[in-house]
Design a protein around this ligand. Structure first.
Ligand code: TYM
Length: 336
């Protein structure tokens, strides 16, 4: 009888910047999907600390946030024995490939990036070259591992498209160089909005009452939802354009429950906004409770976290080196 080879799994890659508290937006837009997809792919999940340096970071906070993010990845359900959870700065090939990709990325492309425009406006006193070249580093993260699928929130779509353009451009010059990755963007929770200004995305770099942190205590979560901006009408209806605050709450609630915002609106028909806020905060509190509990246990064993990061960085380094060598060779860098 002929032995059938198991088909190798495709590669999935994603990263989060350890630049502050991880928010409900990060969780629903990205992290939760990492967990849902992890079984079917060979996965790498990175703490993008080099990306975080594009805005000023307090060194002790950056260190703490990086360790905390590693624990949170695991607490959310990622298995570090199966998925590679590692820190970007521990694998030097990211910065090396980023340099190469910088040489194949146009100034015009980078200056069209909305994240660059937003962050330049927000940090007008620190519009550095790293902030501008940020998408080339992100492309390097992804292409270094010959990635097929990249789960992200909607705000990263443009960066993913640029990554694909760079990969396609380089493949046409050097055939077979990179796998061209696909973005995986969830339907209802791709863009969770700020609680204090629902026309803006929820962001870890904004004021604390505008976001729910995955590690917020239940009472803090309830308080933040109670204060969430809605509108002066009373009807619970899913209409992101005209009712951004109410629609955001419905998106959050339905993402947690695995339903649709329209179905949640229907279920709450005739009730006041207070009922929507309460249903949403209770659903969020219940979903985050087991994560918070596992997180606390993990943070009690920092050595475990460091050991995981150490071994996983070695494994990532091995994979990254393979691609980088191939790139250097195909581009004509002299090998000895
Ligand atoms: P970051 O750290 O800003 O966010 C991490 C992930 O969370 C998603 N996200 C959201 N999703 C829904 N609603 C929101 N309000 C919301 N806010 C954030 C983001 O889309 C992202 O998926 N450049 C990336 C990090 C990165 C990366 C990569 C991602 C570096 N290298 C390689 C994928 C592949 C970033 O700043 O994400």
């Amino acid at each position: 009888m002929e032995a059938t080879q198991p088909t190798p799994k495709k590669t999935l890659y994603s990263a989060i910047q350890p630049s502050g508290s991880i928010t409900l937006g990060n969780y629903l837009g990205a992290l939760r999907n990492f967990v849902l997809l992890a079984e079917d792919y060979d996965c790498l999940f990175c703490m993008a600390d080099l990306h975080a340096l594009t805005v000023r970071q307090e060194p002790a906070a950056l260190r703490r946030n990086t360790q905390s993010l590693a624990a949170l990845y695991i607490a959310c359900g990622l298995d570090p024995e199966k998925s590679l959870i590692y820190c970007q700065s521990h694998v030097p090939e990211h910065a090396e490939l980023a340099w190469i990709l910088n040489c194949f990325t146009y100034m015009g492309e980078l200056s069209r990036m909305t994240q660059f425009k937003d962050k330049s406006a927000k940090h007008a006193d620190n519009i550095n070259a790293g902030l501008f070249a940020y998408p080339a580093l992100m492309a390097a993260d992804i292409l270094l591992y010959q990635t097929h699928l990249v789960p992200v929130g909607a705000d990263q779509k443009q960066h993913l498209e640029l990554t694909r353009d760079i990969a396609t451009r380089m493949n046409s010059l050097y055939p077979g160089l990179f796998v061209v990755p696909e973005a995986y963007i969830p339907k209802t929770s791709a863009r969770i909005m700020s609680l204090s200004d629902p026309t803006r995305k929820m962001s870890k770099s904004d004021a604390e009452d505008s976001y729910i942190a995955v590690l917020d205590a239940p009472d803090v979560i309830r308080k933040k939802f109670r204060r969430a901006v809605t509108d002066s009408e009373t009807e619970i209806r899913y209409d992101p354009e005209n009712k951004p605050g109410v629609s955001n709450l419905l998106s959050i609630l339905s993402a947690i429950k695995g339903t649709t915002p329209e179905a949640e609106a229907e279920g709450l028909r005739g009730l006041q906004y207070g009922a929507l806020k309460e249903a949403t905060s209770e659903a969020v509190v219940a979903a985050l409770a087991p994560i918070q509990e596992r997180y606390q246990t993990l943070m009690g064993d920092k050595e475990y976290i460091s050991n995981i990061l150490k071994t996983n960085a070695e494994r990532a380094h091995y994979l990254a080196q393979k691609t980088l060598r191939k790139v250097y060779k195909k581009l004509g860098l002299y090998q000895v």
